[in-house]
Write a protein that binds this ligand. Structure first.
Ligand code: NAG
Ligand code: NAG
Length: 217
């Protein structure tokens, strides 16, 4: 009887352990190249027939090309996620190149499914993330070429070019599909809009200020 309880507790602890990990599940085969044309609905993309898999399925070209930063934020993310590189399917990893115009910002955002590790390969960036409630503590740092910073999964973070030259960073992410929620776009640019009186109360500002911000998104 005592033994059964121990076994039961063991499984309870194992299963609650699994719930605590938010990263992508481990693959159960060498690879499962994503088949975007498949109509099968699974928790990722269905696997392409392995006999049809080619080296190109594991290949992406283009991170040598600078992103176009001519936009209001002055930054551009070039993702290499499962949609760009189907061989990443089920592997729990991806990457991106981020370009920043002088003083450009990659605005506050979060990746619901990934921790991000970022290195600067050109220029200098101020980076930071904010911890969850109630502390909302900002961890920030100025990075130079070769410096590395990590943004823990789910936390709101940003990068800003703090120089008069272009900056470039390369990021690794612990999901094939990290997801991005840009705070400004989600809160002020949702479709349809969150009612302006609700946002006015939430942000403790005048409704006309909310309307003004909503117009920008
Ligand atoms: C980027 O690399 C590709 C493939 O090697 C090459 O064809 C292209 O010319 C390069 N572009 C730039 C801007 O360096
Ligand atoms: C960059 O984006 C801007 C705004 O969308 C556009 O006007 C411009 O032609 C683009 N530049 C290049 C080199 O593609």
């Amino acid at each position: 009887m005592g033994k059964r309880i121990i076994v039961f507790l063991f499984f309870v602890s194992i299963s609650s352990c699994n719930l605590a990990f938010a990263s992508d599940p481990e693959p159960l085969q060498d690879f499962c190249v994503g088949d975007a044309s498949s109509s099968v609905r699974v928790n990722s993309l269905a696997c392409k027939d392995p006999s049809l898999v080619k080296p190109e399925d594991f290949f992406f070209s283009g991170l040598n090309i600078s992103g176009n930063t001519t936009n209001p934020f002055g930054s551009k993310v070039t993702p290499v996620f499962v949609n760009q590189l189907p061989g990443l399917n089920t592997l729990g990893i991806s990457m991106a190149r981020i370009d920043y115009a002088p003083w450009g910002i990659n605005p506050p955002h979060t990746h619901p499914r990934a921790t991000e590790i970022l290195t600067v390969i050109e220029g200098s960036l101020q980076v930071g993330f904010v911890t969850s409630n109630p502390d909302n503590r900002l961890f920030t740092k100025v990075l130079q070429k070769g410096d590395v910073f990590v943004f823990p999964i789910g936390l709101i973070h940003f990068q800003r070019n703090v120089g008069n030259t272009n900056a470039v960073a390369i990021a690794g992410l612990s999901s094939q599909a990290p997801g991005v929620i840009t705070i400004g776009n989600a809160v002020f640019g949702s479709n349809p809009h969150i009612p302006d009186d609700a946002l006015a109360k939430a942000f403790q500002i005048d409704k006309s200020v909310v309307d003004q911000i909503q117009l920008k998104f």
